[in-house]
Design a protein. Sequence first.
Length: 262
Amino acid sequence: MINPSLIAIKLVQDTTTLDAVREFLYDIYINELQWEFNPKNPSGIRIETSKTNKMLVDDRDEQAVWVVAYYENTIIGCVRACERNQKGLFEVQAYNTGKNLDFLNQKQYPSLIELTRGAVHPQFRSIGIFPILIKAAFDYCKNNKLSVFTSPSLAKVINFYRSVGFPDVKDFTFKFEPQDPTEAQLFLANYEKGEVHTVIDNLTRLINNIQTGYVQKSLSLNLAKFGQFKQPMLFAEQSKLSAYPDSNINHANETAILYSKL
């Protein structure tokens, strides 16, 4: 049984940790989910080899702040917060989406970051690691007075963000690549309007519900071993988290984990 007290969240940028994160992303995106990215993608997504293992790499890795989840010093999840590049553009703006993304420019949003590369180890997808990672990323935004946006295409991720009050940009769906089977939805939380704080509050309540449900389930499973219960207690409905069984990564901005019912 997983001990939640052994989970730690850290903000990292150092090269040694970054290579470990890249190896983790390769395991999730390539080995597990069998992602076949376009080798000519404008993000510079590619596979490289460290001293011992393959890594999933792109051109923005080193400029990003990575939110990394650890369990007993082993990486179990990550998401990154990325600023504009030297050309003043975000990753999504490098793609031919067919949409006008000028509203993401420096003049309208001088303090803005893009969330990408979310992933969680399959053994830890039932205890709310993804909401914890996203809350940590939003805490970073709050502490630095940043607005934040992201562009998922998986329905489960889109529904999750809506459920925690992450505002979606109305009528703003698009495909990163023409061959993508589904469209992405752009979400944007404006710091100045208090939207970052609202999402943090909602995520805090969700995480508390998940952790309470996990403790209850752990307790009931232990008691059931001694004949105290015929069946273990159930999680609260809002805390039912598991791996998405048919995760199909469509593009460079996708999230490789999700929440759905057990």
